[in-house]
Ligand binder design. Structure first.
Ligand code: HEM
Ligand SMILES: *[C@@H]1O[C@H](CO)[C@@H](O)[C@H](O)[C@H]1NC(C)=O
Ligand SMILES: *[C@@H]1O[C@H](CO)[C@@H](O)[C@H](O)[C@H]1NC(C)=O
Ligand SMILES: CC(=O)N[C@H]1CO[C@H](CO)[C@@H](O)[C@@H]1O
Length: 520
């Protein structure tokens, strides 16, 4: 049906002035075809039903109204399910499918412990972001970067800390760009995103590219490209997804832009290794280098594969860390009484330890502040999304047919008074207080520790491998801000309402914070 018009259905957006009636007709025809296909996809996906109570309307058609409600207010529906079906598993209507949500601690354990051959992390990712076509086949088929983040990156945080700190200080100073004692108003999220982008890429790819505006812009954009692309790709049946991904999304163009920056660097490093062997002189200490060294021989050791893998790391790191930090920054600006105790701790620790990883470890109040912020306003209301590969029966008797998506009710678990005293209150130092109780509690309530009651980084086998890096980076950011700046919200305003979109909870991207060089 596309044949008579060749590829012009796809390429005509770039064809410029030659747009004519025929193009318009082909737009209409292809639009109708897409609609037809996507309607089929949607209706079929909903046919896979799980026999547990539903939150919201559960009729085959009315559940689509439920899905709309879910997109605009997932937290309320997740809380409703949590309260209504105390010990039960329940389901909520995502636009494309029913999502089964488990509540009890035992069931969270079951999800955490289930092998990937039964409840698959990767298959859930594939269904949500179409990774084969967005991250690329090479990254999708071999996720060795996860091990590189877990081991090499985590082990080298101390060695790389000076660079991280330098990037954070320069990033904030340039982004805030205040002079004298004047307050300046800056958009919180985009200011933070620049800092996170620079600091993360200092350890991903090093200087000077980690400061390149275009390179940073590409990496910030890539995440958005991928999410948008996945919505488009997922409208189509499997056999059309590759061409759709290539022709109708901006992922290929963004990847090409990234290749311009990383291509020459990767080529140089591959050549050095060929000529001088494994320990070539001047070999950098960064994630790209570890990725090169760990890459299986063959197509993974190519410029394209390595570039796509660096983009994938940025996908996992930048928006997550930036949104998490912005949530915390807005909490702090709204509650200036917590600036003094944080400052006192940071000054004290830096005085004895300098700007080091060890110092970050000793900043318990800062650690607690960031942890509480993620408990109170995590960036996702769900955690540990998995897809059942085979039919499995949970210990509460729930049968999940093969293909079912299941997740844990992070938001509700975090807001349960049984799990946290006065759970509905933001108490920034609650974890520091718990840690002071005993040595065991001391490790249990660190920012990076996960549990059935603390799910922002997931829990178990797939718990975020980047969280050790993220915790150090975010703490250094918080420490730098309180040491170098005074902050507050614009006069007379409150912490802007967070933005909910399905399970995502983002700080308002328009929210501004006022900064000035620290006065006292
Ligand atoms: C505050 C910032 C971050 C948050 C809230 C976060 C959260 C998460 C969550 C919830 C998961 C899925 C866990 C599961 O389903 O069990 C995950 C996985 C992952 N994260 Fe993070 N993350 C953050 C920062 C980072 C950073 C900085 C990196 C890289 C340096 C990173 C790399 C990854 C990777 C590679 C995975 C996939 C793990 C796997 O395939 O097993 N994340 N993250
Ligand atoms: C890289 O870091 C390790 C420690 O993690 C250190 O031993 C090594 O000397 C560093 N190499 C370079 C080139 O800085
Ligand atoms: C920083 O502020 C000064 C004036 O206060 C302005 O001239 C300059 O363009 C700003 N720099 C950036 C990068 O925005
Ligand atoms: C809010 C709520 O009722 N949560 C329940 C989730 O399931 C556990 C285990 O059955 C209950 O103890 C919680 O009360």
């Amino acid at each position: 049906m596309f044949a008579n018009n060749g590829t012009s259905v796809f390429t005509s957006p770039h064809a410029g002035p030659s747009l004519d009636i025929r193009d318009n007709v082909s737009y209409l025809v292809s639009g109708a075809v897409v609609l037809g296909f996507s309607a089929l996809q949607y209706l079929q996906a909903r046919k896979l039903n799980v026999d547990v109570p539903a939150v919201g309307p559960s009729g085959w058609l009315t559940s689509y109204y439920g899905a709309l409600k879910y997109i605009m207010g997932a937290r309320a529906m997740l809380q409703e399910g949590y309260e209504k079906y105390k010990t039960h598993t329940f389901k909520v209507p995502e636009p494309r499918r029913w999502l089964v949500v488990v509540n009890t601690s035992e069931l969270i354990d079951e999800v955490r412990k289930a092998p990937d051959t039964k409840l698959s992390f990767l298959e859930a990712v594939r269904d949500s972001i179409a990774s084969e076509f967005t991250m690329g086949r090479l990254v999708d088929s071999d996720t060795y970067h996860v091990a590189v983040v877990r081991t090499q990156l985590t082990r080298n945080i101390a060695a790389l800390f000076d660079g991280i700190k330098e990037e954070i200080a320069l990033g904030f100073d340039e982004g805030i760009n205040s002079s004298g004692s004047a307050w300046v108003s800056r958009p919180a999220l985009s200011t933070v995103m620049q800092v996170v982008g620079r600091a993360s890429n200092r350890v991903f790819v090093g200087l000077p590219v980690c400061r390149d505006k275009d390179y940073l812009d590409i990496n910030v954009r890539f995440t958005i490209d991928v999410i948008k692309a996945s919505h488009i790709i997922n409208l189509f049946p499997s056999f059309m997804r590759r061409p759709v991904g290539e022709l109708l999304t901006s992922v290929p163009a963004t990847t090409r832009r990234a290749l311009k920056h990383l291509g020459p660097i990767i080529e140089f490093r591959l050549r050095q290794e060929e000529e001088h062997g494994h320990d070539w002189p001047g070999k950098p200490n960064d994630t790209l280098q570890w990725l090169i060294e760990e890459a299986p021989e063959g197509e993974q050791r190519t410029v394209l594969a390595l570039t796509q893998r660096v983009l994938t790391l940025n996908f996992a790191a930048i928006h997550t860390s930036s949104m998490s930090f912005t949530h915390a920054l807005l909490h702090l600006a709204a509650r200036p009484e917590y600036i003094a105790p944080l400052r006192e701790e940071v000054e004290h620790v830096i005085q004895s330890e300098g700007w080091t990883k060890l110092a970050m470890q000793k900043m318990r109040k800062a650690d607690s502040f960031l942890k509480e912020s993620q408990r109170f306003t995590g960036i996702g209301s769900l955690s540990m999304s998995r897809k059942a590969i085979v039919g499995i029966t949970l210990s509460d008797g729930t049968f999940l047919p093969a293909g079912t998506h299941v997740a844990c009710n992070a938001f509700a678990v975090h807001n349960d008074d049984d799990n946290y005293e006065d759970a509905k209150e933001f108490r920034p130092f609650r974890f520091a207080e718990m840690r002071d109780e005993s040595a065991e509690e001391g490790t249990k309530h660190q920012f990076v520790s996960t549990s059935n009651e603390y799910l922002p980084f997931g829990h178990g086998r797939h718990a975020c491998p980047g969280r050790f890096f993220a915790a150090n980076e975010l703490k250094a950011m918080l420490a730098y801000i309180v040491l170098a700046y005074d902050i507050k919200l614009p006069e007379g305003s409150q912490r802007p309402k967070d933005i909910e979109f399905a399970q995502a909870l983002a700080p308002d991207p328009k929210a501004h914070v006022l900064f000035r060089r620290r006065q006292a």
